[in-house]
Ligand binder design. Sequence first.
Ligand code: SF4
Length: 346
Amino acid sequence: MTSIPRLPGHPNGLKFGAFDSDGGLLLRRVYYSIGGGFVVSDGELESVKSASPADADVPYPFANAHDMLVMANDAGLSIAQLKRANEQATTPRTRLDAGVDAIWTAMSACIDRGLSQDGIMPGGLKVKRRAKAIHAQLDAQWQRNEITPLMANDWLSVYAMAVNEENAGGGRVVTAPTNGAAGVIPAVLRYFLKFNAGASPANIRDYLLTAAAIGGIIKHNASISGAEVGCQGEVGSASAMAAAGLCAIMGGTPTQVENAAEIALEHHLGMTCDPVGGLVQIPCIERNAFGAVKAVTAASLAMKGDGVHAVPLDACVETMRQTGMDMSDRYKETSQAGLAVNFPAC
Ligand code: SF4
């Protein structure tokens, strides 16, 4: 595969030119897709990069996990409450809640759609959708009140795969924090709701607000873009966000929440992005299932501790950034190495 020279601002860049009938250049523009659905021009890129949450006109302008914990401690608030207060600086409470609820409704609908579809996903790899058939098996066990040792993993995996099969099939997903990693956060929340009859709408909002706080820290201090830092930045970030959200709604303290995020991210460090055929199918669909399982493990481990831990989340985020910078471009969404080149062509 010929490699195309990278544009200076971000690995995901496109240069557009408009020419007159004589081939004379009329207009040239450069745009970057920086992850999470955001597309900016080269002019906007610098201001996006230099903008710091610490300068935001909000009551708790935390730019990293350390400041977040100090502010939470000083104010006696949870991470979700800090994030809510910041959001409510610009958005009235009712509109904020309606927006967060709409996000969950879209995530949940995506899971349901993914669980009802079968067939082959587009793109030429002939990858079969599996979530519907797996869900039918799990649902049959559920109806028989059968408890199996693998139950938790199975439900988490099937929810995550349903979302990522929808993504691969061109369905509607919620970017969280990216489309390739969109299955982790919905899967963990749906799992919590299924196995906790007493769960409330407040749990849903706190989960998503907490996850958003962690995602913001990672995005600001490192990256959520597979093209920039590999899959550690996509599924790793999603797993950290979900772990933090789950820990919060299981009653975790702010330090336990930060610990949960750190554990989940730590165990995705170094993970490359090598999608087969440039399609977000292999390894992406199953990878989201693993991200969800790791998130639950991380939340559970954090809940069993007291929040005191060796590696702060900020150190882990910085490690991810440095690892991503050292990673060859061949492992950053270019499909030039890894599984993408060792996949047997049948
Ligand atoms: S392997 Fe690459 S494309 Fe697939 S989910 Fe990870 S970062 Fe996204």
